[in-house]
Every structure is written in C-alpha cells, then in structure tokens.
Design a protein around this ligand. Sequence first.
Ligand SMILES: O=c1[nH]c(=O)c2[nH]c(=O)[nH]c2[nH]1
Length: 303
Amino acid sequence: MVQLISSTYGKANVKFLKVKKNPANPNEQEVLEANVKVLLTGQFDVAYTKGDNAPIVPTDTVKNTILIEAKTTDVWPIEKFAAHLAKHFTNKYNQIEGVDIEIVQARWVKYPLKNGKLHAHSFRHDGPETRRTHLKFNKLTRELFITSAIKDLTVLKSTGSMFYGYNVCDYTTLQPTKDRVLSTDVYASWSYDPKYLPTLESVISKAKDGLFDNTYNAARATTLELFALENSASVQATMYNMSEDILKQVKEVQYVTYELPNKHYILFNLEWKGIKGNDELFYPSPDPNGLIRSTVGRSKAKF
Ligand SMILES: O=c1[nH]c(=O)c2[nH]c(=O)[nH]c2[nH]1
C-alpha cells in the first residue's frame, strides 16, 4: 500500500518583458523582464492516484494566465504582481488551495548619454544580478509568506578586509591577515513579518505605498555601503552587520539571510624570481570557495 504524500505542479520559466510608457510622454519608458514560476497545490490527488485529470488546470493555462495578467495589470513591483497572481489562482478555481510563486527580475538600468542625462528608453543589462520574490499563500489556513531577495550582486574590495584570530590546529595552513582581497556574489534575502502583511490585499496596498521598492533599495544600498566602508573582520561579521542594518531600517522585515561565497584571491608567490613581499598580484582561485550563510532576526525581547 502506497500513498501520495505531497504534490504540487505548475509552470516554470514563464518569461516576459513588459514596457511601461509614461502617458504624458510615451517616449519615456520603463521595462521589466521577468521569469515567473507558479506552482499550485489543492485537490489534485485523483490526478496522481486515479489518472483522473478533471481537477487539473493545465500548466499551459497557468502560463497563459501569467502572460494575460502581465498584460492587463501592473507588474511593478514584482511582489504586487505575485500577490495579484495568488489572488487570481485561488479565487478562480475552487480546487486550488495554495500557490507558490517565484518571480526573478533582470536588472535593466537606464544609462546616461554624453550630455549626462539618462536616455528615456535605452537600458543596459547590469550583469547577472537579479531582484527576486517568493510568495506562498494557502487560502484554507490564510497563511501568507513573502520573501524578497537580491542575487548575484558581485562585489570586490582590494583592501579593508581582515581575517585573523581564528582557531589554529595541526591542520591549519592559512596565514592570518589584516589586509586581503574580499570578493563575493551577494545573495541577500529578507522575509516580511506576516503581522504587517496578513492578506494578499495588504501586500498589494503596501506595494502601492512603496514598501517593497524601499526595502529592496535599502537592502541593496546597505549591502554596498557596508561592504565598502567596514574594515571587515570576516565574512561572518560583515554579513551580520549588514543584516542588522536592514532590520533597523525596515520594521516590516522579520529575518534577513545572507549567503556569501568567499571568492578567494591568492597572492602569487614570486620569490622564485627574487621578488619578495608581493602584495599586489593575485590569482582568482577558481575553487574551492568558502560559503557562509546566516539568518538574523529581532530578539523576542525587543518586541
Ligand atoms: O571571512 C572568512 N571567514 C572564514 O570562515 C574563513 N575561513 C577561511 O579560510 N577564510 C575565511 N574568511
């Protein structure tokens, strides 16, 4: 005797580019390129256990829905569009009880021309960095979780980073340093406290108030600012300080998670050539890399 323990299905990699024209000046435009994943849960067991497709909303329909809603509603910011899709799927179909929606936004930025002004409708793809959101909603329990993120923001500092005072044992070869190169691909995510976002409607209305854009901007600016300004004791200490700063700025954020690879740059040893004390020429070490992750929240005592 076997039984279905859990299941979910939907469409991944539904991609679109939406153009927003300024009604007062249609030449002035914004773009949003997105990659959307919508997974559904609900009363679908018979499809798995009896081959009965009656309850299935085809994944093709899920794809069409994402595209039609992207055309007919505002997709800025992605958190609002995720809440809009969650409302649509859970209201329209009785058998759909929950949705798990992820949206990844490419980073297209306007760039200045020789006159110093940003061009009205030309954009530069600013590396692999993305803005992301992940929304989970269950219409039976009313549980709603929303987490947003920045991924693949690659940074490097050529000084202002240390690592010393660590555990030394018979397996240690690493030399302590008060001046090293520090580089990482930032993956920072922040989850919103459900008490501030109890319903899909509240997500939509807070989005209109700017909560999600402001938090994204604060998280990105804090990451870049602290990375630059702090004389880092370690990746661990720096990510904690960044998290604390974001939590201080945005009361609606409950937890901040950073996942940071430590992309090592190692000094070439040129002593064989009689060059002593090289502190300028490094090689990027392809692997292995350090990998450091932390989640920081507010202490319960502060509530
Ligand atoms: O910031 C760092 N944290 C570590 O845990 C670590 N380990 C290591 O070898 N180098 C570093 N750097």
